[in-house]
Design a binder for this molecule. Structure first.
Ligand code: PPS
Length: 287
């Protein structure tokens, strides 16, 4: 795995970002009212939402999604040099992705009307997805075993920090007109309904043909086959897709195939403690 840097107590992969970028983003980057943000904790549906938003942006025409890599269509704000480049970007709206926790995000967001789509996923499925990602990418340390990554996830000892802090930080925006809570589970259960909801949030009332096209090109199969979405354009030194494909399974509930009963009960116990009295209920809380 690559080296990590520590910014205000949170670790980030050096291959993705620099301290200069993180400091610039937090303190100087100017969010614009027409910006559209795709915010997630890693492995929660980031690339899925990037493709959906890209297709919404082009009114359902897949040409852009099939010719330009996702990291150029909706770049990660914290990637090296990206915030600098975006600061001088003239086109509008700017489509921007980020894994940053809220407390390290651009302060200028607080007084802007920029739209934020915040996507969350069953944390147990996030752990499983992370486990395979850590085997194939240089951005996360490969654990010795599954138990180790469960422990790291629960303590927040991972790049981008604690899942619990990420959720609680961004969910402070819940209820604001410019914030949309989206879940991986909703995307999975009802992709069409989710596409309509996200389109409306972005001010687009599409006819059925456009919605059909967005859905068709945002399915797991379409994205897995699209080299602009599946990261096969990255060198194997960054992501070795022979070890595990980036577009791995694309399902909900895969945690049941990986957690032992003991691990699952332990996870639930810590989850309940950390989320005690939390006012919002997520799809996995109801199961
Ligand atoms: S990253 O590295 O943080 O940007 O990863 P992220 O995109 O957030 O999450 C990757 C997981 O999302 C799954 N994925 C999808 N599932 C269903 N349908 C579609 N279209 C889709 N696109 C991406 C991807 O397969 C990863 O989940 P797992 O469970 O590992 O398969």
């Amino acid at each position: 795995m690559c080296e990590l840097i520590n910014y205000k107590g949170i670790f980030f992969p050096t291959l993705s970002t620099t301290l200069k970028d993180l400091n610039f983003i937090e303190n100087e980057f100017q969010v614009r009212d027409d910006d559209i943000f795709n915010i997630t904790y890693p492995k929660s549906g980031t690339t899925w939402v990037t493709d959906i938003v890209s297709l919404i942006h082009t009114n359902g025409d897949p040409t852009w999604s099939k010719t330009v890599p996702n990291w150029d269509r909706m770049p990660w704000l914290e990637s090296a040099y990206v915030s600098d480049r975006l600061q001088n970007e003239n086109s509008s709206p700017r489509l921007i992705t980020s894994h940053l926790p809220k407390h390290l995000f651009s302060k200028s967001l607080s007084h802007s009307k920029a739209k934020v789509i915040y996507t969350v996923r069953n944390p147990k499925d996030v752990v499983v997805s992370l486990y395979y990602f850590s085997k194939m990418s240089v951005f996360f340390k490969e654990p010795d075993n599954f138990n180790e990554i469960v422990e790291e996830f629960l303590t927040g000892d991972l790049p981008y920090g604690s899942w619990f802090d990420h959720i609680k930080g961004w969910m402070e925006l819940m209820g604001k007109d410019n914030f949309l809570l989206n879940t991986y589970e909703d995307l999975y259960e009802d992709l069409r309904g989710s596409v309509i909801r996200i389109s409306k949030f972005l001010g687009k009332n599409f006819d059925d043909a456009i919605i059909d096209s967005i859905v068709e090109h945002a399915t797991f199969k379409s994205m897995k086959d699209n080299k602009m979405s599946n990261f096969t354009l990255l060198p194997g030194t960054y992501m070795d897709q022979d070890k595990s494909p980036f577009m791995r399974k694309g399902v909900t509930g895969d945690w049941k195939n990986h957690f032992t009963v003991v691990q699952s009960e332990y996870f639930d116990k810590i989850y309940k403690t950390k989320m005690h009295n939390y006012p919002v209920k997520f799809p996995w809380d109801r199961m």
